[in-house]
Ligand binder design. Structure first.
Ligand code: SF4
Ligand code: SF4
Ligand code: FES
Length: 235
């Protein structure tokens, strides 16, 4: 890849060619360089909330979310360093302390992206006090469940419902620690007339917050669903 519409940058010292307007994360993925992510999902718009994908850019003291930062010519990016690992570990600890994430009793135990990141960054205890309030568990749908006590507010479910299924049933209400996922105008899921029961929200939830009742998460989860549908639509 070269010529008009492309830029050259370095990622971890390796020269990479990217398309103008691409994000650092996209350029790194194509070059085979992994950057940890959590709210990002291939095929959905970028939300940039979790900050797991932070990178260093030479010449700046700031850290940048690679999923929302565009590439530019001559940019020098570092995706892995002691400083980045320290911040990523702290981010995972903060997420774990915000809600009652008790893996031993969670439906997603063994199939949870937050649990995988905790293992990757060596989180074996929390340095922060757990501070959470009890949030709504909606069991009214025939087979789908939302347990807001496990939700990390990544909005993957909101985006897949809006951008891929095209119905925008889900949204977030309130702010800060009171934020939670709602159905329609904060109604019970079982009474929703806009939900098509497609299960896409359950397929993309990275933790055990939305799931199909009585079905192992391993059989429901499909991180490639959004990208798969988009690629079929383009044919
Ligand atoms: S089942 Fe489908 S339509 Fe219903 S909330 Fe989930 S993604 Fe949206
Ligand atoms: S329910 Fe799952 S997918 Fe939706 S915001 Fe919460 S953690 Fe993310
Ligand atoms: S993956 Fe980039 S901010 Fe979440």
């Amino acid at each position: 890849m070269s010529g008009a519409g492309t830029v050259k940058l370095k990622i971890n010292g390796v020269e990479v060619t990217a398309y103008e307007g691409e994000t650092i994360l996209e350029a790194a993925k194509r070059a085979g360089i992994r950057i940890p992510t959590l709210c990002y999902l291939d095929g959905l718009s970028n939300y940039g909330s979790c900050r797991l994908c932070i990178v260093e850019i030479k010449g700046s003291p700031k850290l940048f979310p690679s999923c929302t930062t565009p590439v530019s010519n001559g940019m020098e990016v570092i995706t892995d360093s002691e400083r980045l690992r320290k911040y990523r570990k702290m981010t995972v600890e903060l997420l774990l302390s915000e809600k009652p994430h008790v893996c031993a009793v969670c439906v997603a135990n063994g199939n949870c992206e937050l649990q995988d990141l905790a293992k990757e960054f060596g989180v074996d205890h929390l340095r922060f006090d757990r501070e959470w309030t009890r949030q709504k568990i909606d069991l009214t749908h025939d087979f789908l469940v939302i347990d807001n006590n496990r939700c990390i507010l990544c909005t993957r479910c909101v985006r897949v419902c809006d951008e891929i299924e095209g119905v925008h049933v889900l949204d977030i209400k309130a702010r800060g620690k009171d934020s939670q996922i709602i159905v329609d105008m904060d109604e019970d899921w079982g009474s929703s007339r806009s939900c098509t029961s497609c299960r896409k929200c359950a397929r993309v939830c990275p933790v055990g917050a939305i799931y199909v009742r009585d079905k192992p998460i391993s059989e429901t989860k499909d991180k490639d669903i959004a990208q798969f549908i988009i690629s079929r639509r383009r044919r």
